[in-house]
Design a protein around this ligand. Structure first.
Ligand SMILES: [Zn+2]
Length: 216
């Protein structure tokens, strides 16, 4: 499993899904891990797709994927949303794209359920670089919606003292509620760490980092 950043270069297409991956993007992906990358049409929803031995599932409209298949690499791409990887020792992995809409609609819970449906029992999780509360001013109504789903730990403050979404806290809470154990947190803000990560919100960057996970 790897969380990527500026060092690995742009791994996406400006946040858009394309049928034909740019050869330069493909080369950068293969430099991270040289397997077929399963990537998704991410829509900030809660659907998790199961990737089978033939690699079916690639290109689906989903915000996470799960597999027992050792020949592929699962990926989601992010710029400020949280990239999350899940694993179970029974040989199941998953990746999740968790922004505020996905969090509120239960994408983390759906992903943990998907790992269990594939035979995973003890589910561990890792969360990568994402925007942190100090940089993520948030409207009161949207913040209430996330808090209604995950509790008040998601309420944070910006550096200027404005209401903010604490996205990592939301991910942590969703994992606890789903019965998964967080074993790694990159604990870095994509907006603050300008030298290391792309940020759509802070710098209007179109490039994407993300998480890639594979078995074996
Ligand atoms: Zn920050």
């Amino acid at each position: 499993m790897r969380f990527t950043g500026r060092a690995e270069g742009d791994l996406g297409h400006g946040g858009e899904y394309v049928e034909q991956v740019d050869p330069a993007v493909e080369a950068r992906r293969r430099a991270v891990v040289d397997r077929p990358w399963i990537w998704l049409r991410q829509v900030h929803g809660d659907r998790i797709v199961t990737v089978d031995p033939a690699g079916l599932g690639a290109g689906e409209v989903a915000d996470g994927s799960v597999t027992r298949e050792p020949t592929v690499a699962l990926s989601v791409l992010t710029a400020d949303c949280a990239p999350v990887a899940l694993a179970a020792p029974e040989g199941v992995i998953a990746v999740v794209h968790a922004g505020w809409r996905g969090l509120a609609s239960g994408v983390i819970a759906r992903a943990v359920e998907a790992v269990r449906a594939c035979g995973g029992q003890t589910v561990v999780a890792a969360v990568g670089p994402c925007i942190h509360a100090e940089c993520y001013e948030f409207g009161a109504g949207d913040l209430d919606a996330v808090a209604a789903a995950l509790g008040d730990s998601v309420r944070g403050q910006t550096t200027a003292g404005r209401p903010a979404l604490d996205l990592p806290a939301g991910v942590r809470r969703a994992l606890v509620l789903a019965g998964a154990e967080l074993t790694y947190d990159a604990d870095v803000c994509t907006a603050c760490a300008a030298d290391a990560y792309f940020s759509h919100r802070a710098r209007q960057e179109s490039e994407r980092q993300g998480v890639v996970a594979w078995l074996g």
